[in-house]
Design a protein around this ligand. Structure first.
Ligand code: SAM
Length: 206
């Protein structure tokens, strides 16, 4: 078993990051549609666990986006992102202890927040240290208790850290971090596949 960062670095070296991006595209589009619908002014954007940076490049082209940043612990993923894109900002850092120079309006993340031992701690960290007041955290995850087909992924992918919470536990972690107007929904459910669990909440203005 290897750490998530080791496994995804190998995926990047083997070119599997592009297929992963394609697989995530429809859920990511739903997340971005929701996000853009609630944006009226210029905004800064941060992708936590950005992989090869494909979402950073996409959002960086939005007319109201004034800064787009991608953070990932995998050097191979970040090197790929920097090679393709000199306009936006990329950092190779562990999400658990990194803090951006300036807080942002929107924190996005797709298929990342369960690759830590304590997702609740990661949520608290990003809400307290990364997000501006009135800003939004929005994430998508496919690995959660109700989504039975994802149960075997740690063994299938040989990944040592994957924390499996229920939809209720994820929602509670968002609320307990101080976020308000917390919403969850599923995107792309079919047959036994539970769909991408999308969670979002706003930081109060204090
Ligand atoms: C399933 S991939 C998703 C990548 C990207 N969000 C996408 O949709 O294509 C998970 C990513 O999270 C990164 N990651 C996992 N744990 C991390 C951590 N503790 N700190 C930083 N990055 C991490 C991995 O390196 C990998 O690129």
């Amino acid at each position: 078993m290897k750490s998530p960062i080791e496994v995804f670095s190998k995926w990047a070296d083997e070119g599997r990051d592009e297929a992963m991006a394609k697989g995530h595209a429809s859920s990511v589009n739903a997340i971005l549609d929701f996000t853009y619908k609630h944006i009226k002014d210029a905004f800064s954007f941060l992708d936590a666990g950005c992989g090869n940076g494909w979402v950073v490049r996409k959002v960086g082209n939005h007319p109201l986006c004034n800064k787009a940043i991608g953070v990932d612990g995998s050097r191979s993923m970040i090197d790929k992102a920097i090679l393709i894109d000199s306009k936006n900002t990329y950092e190779c850092e562990d999400l658990i202890d990194w803090i951006p120079d300036e807080k942002v309006d929107v924190i996005f993340s797709m298929e990342v927040f369960y690759y830590v031992n304590n997702p609740r701690k990661l949520i608290d960290h990003v809400v307290n240290n990364w997000l501006k007041s009135t800003g939004r955290l929005i994430i998508g995850i496919d690995y959660y208790k109700e989504n039975k087909p994802s149960e075997s992924w740690p063994l299938d992918c040989g990944i040592s850290i994957m924390t499996r919470l229920s939809e209720h536990e994820w929602k509670e972690s968002f609320s307990k971090s101080g976020l308000v107007n917390v919403l969850t929904w599923r995107e792309g459910q079919k047959d036994k596949w539970g769909g991408t669990l999308i969670l979002t909440g706003e930081k109060p203005n204090y």
